[in-house]
Design a binder for this molecule. Structure first.
Ligand SMILES: [Zn+2]
Length: 213
């Protein structure tokens, strides 16, 4: 009898939960901050940023490592193809760019952005993998690389294929421009041969203002 009662109450809980989920999904007035699609908790004190707290990341060589890292999985309800290990100032800059740059440039095309393709985040390495070069901002958790995005209708936009042509090319140019400011360094396909297929964004600050190419 006790088991049966437990089963009944479990069933009721499931019913209430699923009903709640339905009304939640259908309610367009739900504040955007609550509309997490990944289920990860907020990080960096910003409800638009969802992921995991990583904490200290020891560097393999001098100059590498992060004091307080997060693994970012979602921004404004948009998924990242892979969790990006970065520090909070970089996560916040990325959040600003997704909101004001990427989402604005794409608008409602294809139902909006579903997934952002992350090409790189934390990596203890030199700039452009060149031997003897300085430690990359990737080695400090201050950089994130984006190679494209997928729309809700399944359309895949990549820098390699779409940069410089058509509607998607224009959207990519617009979001490249919008990154300049939130990020201190912005490199795209026209900067050099290392960035033909991705945007490099980092939060290093330069004395002369943002460096964007
Ligand atoms: Zn990079």
């Amino acid at each position: 009898m006790r088991t049966r009662n437990t089963l009944i109450s479990l069933g009721l809980v499931a019913l209430v939960l699923s009903a709640g989920a339905c009304s939640f999904r259908g309610d367009r007035n739900v504040p955007r901050a609550s509309a997490s699609t990944s289920g990860f908790p907020m990080v960096c004190g910003n409800p638009d940023l969802r992921g995991e707290v990583v904490g200290g990341v020891p560097g393999g060589i001098t100059g590498c490592g992060i004091d307080n890292a997060v693994r970012l999985h979602e921004v404004n309800g948009v998924q990242l193809s892979t969790g990006a290990v970065i520090d909070c100032p970089t996560a916040r800059a990325f959040g600003t760019w997704v909101d004001r740059g990427m989402m604005r440039a794409v608008g409602s095309q294809g139902g909006g952005v579903e997934t952002i393709r992350i090409a790189a985040s934390y990596a203890c390495r030199t700039r452009n993998h060149q031997p003897g070069a300085r430690i990359s901002e990737h080695g400090r958790g201050k950089a994130i690389d984006v190679s494209g995005y997928t729309l809700r209708d399944g359309t895949q936009v990549t820098l390699l294929k779409d940069w410089g042509s058509g509607r998607n090319g224009r959207a990519l140019k617009q979001m490249h421009r919008a990154a300049c400011g939130p990020f201190g360094t912005v490199l795209g396909p026209e900067s050099d041969r290392f960035h033909r297929d991705h945007f490099h964004f980092d939060t290093a600050r330069h004395r002369g203002g943002p460096y964007c190419r």
